[in-house]
Write a protein that binds this ligand. Structure first.
Ligand code: SF4
Length: 247
């Protein structure tokens, strides 16, 4: 082979090595077909997580009233704060009657420092009155009925029907929205759009566990600003869309 040919073939070989071997290919997006395998990995790993959402769920005991009020407390509040405040409130009462027998000031005192604690104390008592007036004191198990309660939006309504009643629904908060987009399972700008998109792509059998699993995952590993990709049990499967910094 002439020396110029050898030089050309060496350059070509070098280029091929760079293309095929040296750079790790980015994993594909998570899809309806592959999300089950991912959730299986997270389910197994979750036994070792010390996540505030799991403490809060234990305090709520899948009770519809506790779940509803716990979710109201958690709005615009750190999960760690809600996990401590909710049990303190439930010690004072965990029924609409009981929470109407105490003053708004007492509720404020025990739920402090959750965000907007003064407003939330009033909202909680308004909800209790509505539950007694419109629903005979019980928490409704339909999203549309829950949405008629003051202060209850789609996130809260979905959480109550799924966690407390075991009915189909997808509760989307910031963790679920962020992680579903990092996986490229959805490509959305808001939690509302994520809920609609997940209803199309997420197989129904995963709806019930999706929120609690992803919230616990988001609190411990796939955190908002700098996720712990080096500790992530599904790192080899994740396309990491939009992740600029990780640990
Ligand atoms: S921690 Fe990193 S690798 Fe794991 S799911 Fe989040 S972005 Fe993906």
């Amino acid at each position: 082979m002439a020396s110029s040919e050898i030089a050309t073939s060496n350059v070509a070989a070098k280029k091929t090595r760079v293309k095929s071997g040296s750079r790790k290919a980015r994993p594909r997006p998570i899809t309806s077909a592959s999300v089950g395998a991912v959730l299986r990995i997270l389910r197994r790993a979750s036994r070792g997580w010390d996540a505030p959402v799991l403490i809060l769920m234990a305090a709520e005991r899948r009770d519809p009233f506790r779940t509803l009020i716990g979710c109201i407390l958690s709005l615009r509040t750190k999960d760690e704060t809600t996990a401590v405040a909710a049990p303190r409130l439930f010690e004072l009462g965990d029924t609409p009657d009981a929470l109407l027998r105490i003053t708004p000031g007492e509720i404020e005192r025990v739920i402090y420092p959750v965000g907007f604690y003064r407003t939330k104390a009033r909202v909680i008592q308004d909800i209790c009155r509505d539950l007694l007036g419109k629903f005979g004191g019980r928490v409704p198990d339909e999203i549309d009925e829950l949405l008629t309660l003051k202060g209850v939006g789609r996130k809260t309504a979905n959480l109550v029907v799924t966690e407390a009643f075991g009915k189909p629904g997808i509760c989307v908060d910031t963790h679920v929205h962020r992680i579903s987009n990092r996986w490229s399972l959805v490509r959305t700008k808001t939690p509302e759009h994520t809920e609609a998109a997940l209803r199309k792509v997420l197989p129904r059998r995963y709806w019930l566990e999706y929120n609690s699993l992803l919230v616990a995952f988001g609190q411990t590993i796939c955190q908002p600003v700098s996720p712990w990709c080096s500790r992530c049990p599904m790192e080899h499967l994740c396309p990491r869309i939009g992740v600029a910094h990780s640990r």
